[in-house]
Design a protein around this ligand. Structure first.
Ligand SMILES: [Zn+2]
Length: 326
């Protein structure tokens, strides 16, 4: 199921119909916004035996069903693996062996589909060796292969890779659209509203919240931590910055919640409490801040999020600066 990204979908379909597909794409955008879902849906459409002139795949033919169950041999999905070096668990990485295996498979003709499609999840996780190996494939593309690279931090992808593919930027999806498509997954209207708000335009995140309701409760707890943090001495906040800097993906999630909390408090202060979604544990805090203070919070949090998206900056420093400004 595709939620949002209609403009991108139309562009891909049009390119395919006009035989103008690039040999490699980079789908760039926030985590869980729908990049992988779009890559898979598009592959399904490309391979569908019964699409005729339709803008969507049939979802029922052998090829569609094989892709849905992850069984189509012409669809190669590559994801990072956790690796250990000298007994230390390193960040997940796509290694040279994985790229070599992919290159071998791409060199073979497709079994039944018009292309062999390789989907590389989080291409920023390529090791240096793997990146230079992939570069060769991008420089000498074969006529029967299509490579779709995915990244939520494309600024960290080697510029030589970025320059050899067509980049497509995915933007957050409108809340209304996510709510409409996910209404059937939610047991309560309140859960749907909260899940969509906390997902900040990322349908994949909203789906996760609805499928695992305990995650919604955890978010409420996290907001309690933020309120505590606002009242804590700087030393405590700096410790928190250090903890957060150790997992950037989680830190981004936490910052999203802080952003939502600040936005909701502005709504409350301006008499629009019914529009607020994020729960509030501590009413004293409201007296402490003016709407203008909270808007400054929002801007600072967003600035920090942008910095964290770019891995060449020092995450700990950025988070510490944020803690000082809050
Ligand atoms: Zn089909």
């Amino acid at each position: 199921m595709l939620i949002g990204h209609q403009r991108i979908w139309d562009f891909l379909i049009k390119s395919a119909k006009q035989n103008k597909l690039a040999h490699a794409y980079l789908f760039a955008g926030p985590a869980q916004v729908g990049k992988l879902a779009t890559a898979l849906e598009f592959t399904k459409w490309l391979f569908c035996e019964k699409k005729a002139n339709q803008k969507e795949s049939c979802g029922r033919c052998k090829s569609c069903l094989a892709i849905e169950s992850g069984q189509n041999p012409d669809v190669l999905i590559l994801a990072a693996k956790q690796i250990t070096k000298n007994d230390v668990l390193k960040n997940a990485e796509i290694g040279i062996a994985q790229i070599r295996e992919l290159q071998h498979k791409l060199s073979l003709f497709p079994y039944g589909a018009p292309y062999k499609v390789a989907i590389i999840e989080e291409v920023a996780n390529l090791s240096d060796e793997a990146a230079s190996a992939l570069l060769k494939t991008l420089e000498e593309p074969s006529s029967h292969s299509l490579i779709i690279m995915i990244s939520s931090s494309w600024q960290a992808v080697l510029p030589t890779i970025v320059s050899r593919c067509q980049m497509i930027k995915f933007l957050p999806v409108a809340e209304k659209e996510i709510s409409l498509k996910l209404a059937s997954l939610a047991k309560k209207e309140k859960d749907l509203k909260l899940a969509v708000k906390l997902a900040v335009g990322r349908p994949g995140r909203a789906i996760k919240f609805l499928r695992e309701p305990e995650l919604l409760l955890e978010q409420e707890k996290e907001i309690g931590v933020f309120e505590k943090l606002l009242k804590s001495p700087l030393v405590w906040r700096l410790e928190e910055a250090l903890k957060m800097s150790q997992n950037i993906v989680l830190a981004q999630e936490t910052l999203n919640q802080w952003l939502l909390w600040s936005r909701d408090r502005v709504l409350e202060i301006s008499g629009q409490a019914s529009l607020a979604i994020a729960p509030r544990a501590d009413s004293d805090l409201l007296n402490k801040y003016k709407a203008s203070d909270l808007l400054v919070f929002c801007r600072e949090i967003q600035k920090t999020q942008e910095i964290l998206n770019n891995s060449s900056f020092n995450a700990r420093l950025a988070l510490e600066v944020l803690m000082i400004k809050l």
